[in-house]
Design a protein around this ligand. Sequence first.
Ligand SMILES: CC(C)(COP(=O)(O)OP(=O)(O)OC[C@H]1O[C@@H](n2cnc3c(N)ncnc32)[C@H](O)[C@@H]1OP(=O)(O)O)[C@@H](O)C(=O)NCCC(=O)NCCS
Length: 412
Amino acid sequence: MFSLKEKFKSKIKALRTKVRMIVKEYGNVKISDVTVTQAYGGIRNVKCIITETSAVDPYKGVRFRGYTIPELRERLPRASGGEEPLPEGMFYLLLTGELPTKKDVEEITKEWRKRSTLPKYLINILKTVPKDTHPMTQFSIAILSLQKDSIFTQKYKIGMNKADYWDPMFEDTMNLLAKLPLIAAYIYRRAYKNNKYISVNPHLDWGGNLAHMLGVKEEEFKELMRLYLVIHCDHEGGNVSAHTTHLVGSALSDAYYALSAGINGLAGPLHGLANQEVLRWIMKLIRDLGETLTQEQLKKYIWDTLNAGQIIPGYGHAVLRQTDPRYLIQREFALKAKNPWPNVDALSGCLLYHYGIKEFDFYTVLFGVSRAIGVLSSLILDRALGLPIERPKSITTESLEELVKKPPKQKF
Ligand SMILES: CC(C)(COP(=O)(O)OP(=O)(O)OC[C@H]1O[C@@H](n2cnc3c(N)ncnc32)[C@H](O)[C@@H]1OP(=O)(O)O)[C@@H](O)C(=O)NCCC(=O)NCCS
C-alpha cells in the first residue's frame, strides 16, 4: 500500500478511540453558547465544528497542525534547488499530523503524476462551456463531471462497511488532487491562450507543473505557485469552502460532489473571489486617479467606496484581528522578486500579475486548487471518524421571539 495511506490507516484506530472517549467522558460539557446576535450574524465564533487540520487564532493567524507558516516554510521538504515548501508535504501533514520526509513527499508527487490524466469525456464537457463562463464555474463543472468515476460512490453502491468509508474517500481525493492542476491549466489556456495547451512535465512536482502548464517560463513562478498552494490550502473548518465541503460530505456525498460545492462557495466575493476583486479594485483606482496619487486622494477614494455601501476587497476577516500571516509571507516573497507591483494589500493578485497571469477572473481557480488540499484532507478524516450527517436546528424569527421573551427553560 502507498505509504501515506498506510500511515493514515495506522492512525485511525487511536483517533477513533480518543474521540469516543472524549464524547463518553465529556459529552455533556458545554463548549459554546449562542446568542441572538450570533444566530443572525453568521454563527460567528460558535464552537460547533471539529476540524483537525488547522486552526485560526484571531491575533496570530493560521496554524496547520500546530505549525505556523514560517515554521512550515523551514520544515516542509522543497523541490531540489528551491526554497519554498512543496504542497505535497502540506497534504501529508494535514492528513497525518506529522511532518513528511523528502521521500514521503516524492512518493506523493509520483502518485499524483501517475493519476494525472484528464478523461476525454471531461474535455468534451469543458469544450461545450462558453469560453466567457467564469473560470470558477468551469472549475466546479469539471470537478462535478468527474463524479461519474467516484470510487466511493461505486463501493457504496455495492455495499461497504462504515469503518471503511475513509479508504475510497482517500482514493477519490488522490485522483482529484492529481487532476486539479491539469483542469486549472486547461481552463486557463482555453479561455485566454487560444486553446494552446502545454503538456504535463513528468519531471516536475505538483505545483511546479501547474506553473509550467499555465505557460509562465520563469523558475521563480514555480516557486511562487508552490508557496501559494501551501498557504491557501486551509483556514480551519468554519470558512465557507471548508464548511460547505464538510457539510455536503456529511450526507455521504463523495469527494467530487463535496469539493464542487465547496468551490462554489469559494467563488463568492466575500470569500475566495476577493482574490480577483482586489486587483480589479486597484486597477479601477489607477484608472480613476492615475498612478501618482496623493494620500489624501486615496483616503477620499476609500471613503467614497465605503460611503457608497461597497466593500474594499482584501481587507477584513471574519476571524482575524491582525495582519494575516498569509499576506506577510507573500510580501516576503514579493520583496525577493525583481519588480513586483508595490502594493501591500493584494499580494497574491499582484504577484500573479507580475508573472504575466493578468486575467483576474482566473485567480480564484488557483486558490481552489490549493483549498482542495485542506478540505479534502478533512473529508477523509470525517469519514475515518464516522462523523454523522450534519443537521443543526433552525428556528423562525417568530419562535425566536417567543423563546427570548419566555423563561429560558422553554423547549422546542
Ligand atoms: C471577510 C468579511 C466578509 C468579514 O466580514 P465580517 O465578519 O462582517 O467582519 P467584521 O465583523 O470585522 O466587520 C465589521 C463591519 O465592517 C464591515 N467590513 C469589514 N470588512 C470590510 C471591507 N473590506 N470593506 C468594507 N466594509 C467592511 C463589515 O461589513 C461590517 O459592517 P456592518 O457592521 O455594517 O455589518 C469582510 O471583511 C469583507 O467583506 N472583506 C472584503 C472581502 C474580502 O477581502 N474577503 C476575503 C477575506 S479572506
